[in-house]
Design a protein. Sequence first.
Length: 133
Amino acid sequence: MIDRATHEDIPQLVELDHHVTPAVMTRKVEQGEVIVARRDAIVLGWLRYGYFWDSIPFMNMLTVQEAYRGQGIGTQLVQFWEGHLRSQGYGEVLTSSLANERGQFLYRKLGYQDCGALLLPGEPLEILFRKLL
């Protein structure tokens, strides 16, 4: 099942997502900015987002636990997110992927177009993607 994360998901999300602090994860869940794929009570994958320039939805994290990859869960998470944002009146979304990550191929497959890049010292190229909803 794909849905917005609830307080019950927070302990698993905190354990799984090491890119944000527990306080940030709690705030993101409370603001409705985390979407989860779950089976029974197990979080299989999640999508966490924010807003670029405080106005354009930006997917910060899309992850499916390794044991559940290849089942279309990532696609379902993205499609749920896009549908939710479309219903809220948003006309575009953004995301990014490191040039050495597989996510870039999924985003292109789902209709995202390259729209720029960011190169930070010591890091691989970060490719920016945009999709009109």
